[in-house]
Design a protein around this ligand. Structure first.
Ligand code: MN
Length: 198
């Protein structure tokens, strides 16, 4: 997927989101998870690859519990600049609502044996519908997988692997959300803020 779809959905004279362009490769691959209260609350899970952010919308948010299978709907690639985006997307725009960074850091693509692999290999894994990676974030740590459900290209599961970082406790990503994120949602739930779709 290119950034054309990303750009075509947005009007950059109205939305504060960054315009989509490809970024030059750096040493480490970054990831970001953004909490996005649009028409529905969800988490956007993004992994840098080939100068863009591969993106999935995760309705329940990521989990550090290996028993959880979190639905992850693949969405259009986002520009690398999007990784630092926080703020309000105005009413009437695509994804109207509020975005906050929930977690960010770097990640390493890994193979079945947990050995680090090159981005090109990771790209192949993604195309094959089974990609493993090691996350180094504040909330998300250790090994994860994204597995395509084979129903269609877009439906994936985000899974935590058993490792020293995994928890057996119930995991609710909302418990780690910023105060500002929760305050926005509280206002929305009280009906003080409205967000209409186009
Ligand atoms: Mn979103």
């Amino acid at each position: 997927m290119s950034l054309e779809k990303y750009n075509s959905k947005r009007h950059f004279d109205v939305t504060p989101e960054p315009e989509g362009k490809k970024a030059a490769a750096k040493d480490k691959l970054i990831f970001v998870v953004q909490r996005h209260h649009a028409s529905h609350l969800h988490y956007d899970f993004r992994l840098e690859l080939n100068g863009t952010l591969k993106s999935w919308a995760v309705p329940k948010g990521p989990s550090m519990n290996p028993h959880d299978k979190r639905l992850a709907m693949m969405v259009e690639d986002h520009p690398i600049d999007y990784a630092t985006f926080e703020g309000d997307i105005p009413e009437g725009n695509y994804g109207a609502g509020h975005v906050d960074v929930w977690d960010h850091g770097t990640y390493e693509p890994i193979d079945e044996d947990g050995e680090v692999i090159k981005p090109a290999e990771f790209n192949k894994s993604l195309h094959a519908g089974n990609a493993k990676f090691r996350m180094k974030g504040k909330h998300l740590k250790g090994d994860f997988a994204l597995v395509n459900m084979k129903k269609d290209e877009k439906t994936w599961l985000l899974l935590k692997h058993k490792d020293k970082y995994a928890t057996e406790e119930e995991y609710n990503s909302e418990e780690y959300a910023k105060k500002s994120s929760l305050a926005y949602t509280e206002e929305r739930n009280k009906g003080k803020k409205t967000v209409k779709k186009k």
